[in-house]
Design a protein around this ligand. Sequence first.
Ligand code: C6P
Length: 428
Amino acid sequence: MTPSVKSELVAEKSVTMFDQAKIISDFPILSRELNGKRLVYLDNAATSQKPVQVIKALTHYYEYYNANIHRGLHTLSEEATCAYEETREKIRDFIEAGSERQIIFTRGATEAINLVVNSWGRTNVNTGDEIVISALEHHSNFVPWQQLALEKGATLRFIELTEDGRIDLKHAAEVIGPKTKIVAISQMSNVLGSITPVKEIVQLAHSNGAVVLLDGAQGVPHLATSVKDLDVDFLAFSFHKMLGPTGVGVLYGREELLEKMPPWMFGGDMIASVHRDRTKFNELPWKFEAGTPNIADVIAAGAAIDYLNAIGMDNVRQHEIELTSYAMKRIHELDGVKVYGPTDASLKGGVLSFTFNDIHPHDLGQLLNESAVAIRAGHHCCQPLMNDLGVSGTARASFYIYNTKDDVDAFINALVEAKRIFGHVISR
Ligand code: C6P
């Protein structure tokens, strides 16, 4: 994006601090109605909605300077390259990384984790080593490590949870030891909302010579996250959960580790020179970005960062604590509700997983949809956790910056209505 156009877009629709009416007006989709009712979108842990600034950045690229990057000498290519690399710098700043060389674009958190498993994992994990994850991990930070352990003859070990669904630090201290090669853990659970005490985990891992991968898919969109402060070795996250487009993720890595890691994918852009018998790879971060990347969406992801920065991540968090406290209070007014995870909103993100009487979570999701309330239901890609909780699935409401107490009230009313309809169906 040319600088003049970018400042125009920001000036036209800038947000400052937490002006919620202004925020809501920036999200065109929120004015939709379903079944004659206002859409209440509470499925933000799955993916967030996108503000007009992000949508415009995307269409502006295609309408004005669509070109491939790092290749052409023509103006469009230079503009596209500049805008693409500008997003990388914004991300570096957003997570307080030391250098842009440490910011690698991927398709999402899943691909970022798979990159570490396939590159760092394949070269560093051997028979008899231990890989530590926790009992609440999403399949994306579970299955790749499980498969690596099976391939290498390593052991996959689990940090268990406290009664209220938080990472049990006492157990972490028992599990993380001299055989541990890596601790791969979620910053925030997508089911329980529990926030991991990252610094304590990092301390335990580093004192045992292990590295830490933080799955920030749920954490980075909602908590101010500094890799400098947390001292993690890898951080993975996805933009579609933080106002950005789908198909863009980030792997942050400690530079000494990334330097030693072999590329995972080969092709254009990741090379410095190619001969019949050998190839010299490009320098960081491009060594890990083979082929034409997702240029348009990366550029639009930069607009998502601008948007979050204008609000301030501390304001994002504060809003979610208030809304989650309110939702917890209101949901407990209903009989037959069981909420999973910490009860104190300051210990969790804006995620409310629950069961309601004996209504199957999928039925609940469909009944709420009749009231135009969008939630998610099922195992949330956490089958081992569901197994530990003794349920096949839960219903889940999750909040973001544009959600209001009115949304929570609509959600509670929809639950009451669901119970009424369900009772009616059962009694017939
Ligand atoms: N969780 C949810 O509804 P991707 O799909 O790569 O953007 O993110 C994967 C991922 C990794 N870790 C955690 C903690 C996550 O919550 C997710 C995505 C969504 O909970 C979709 S299953």
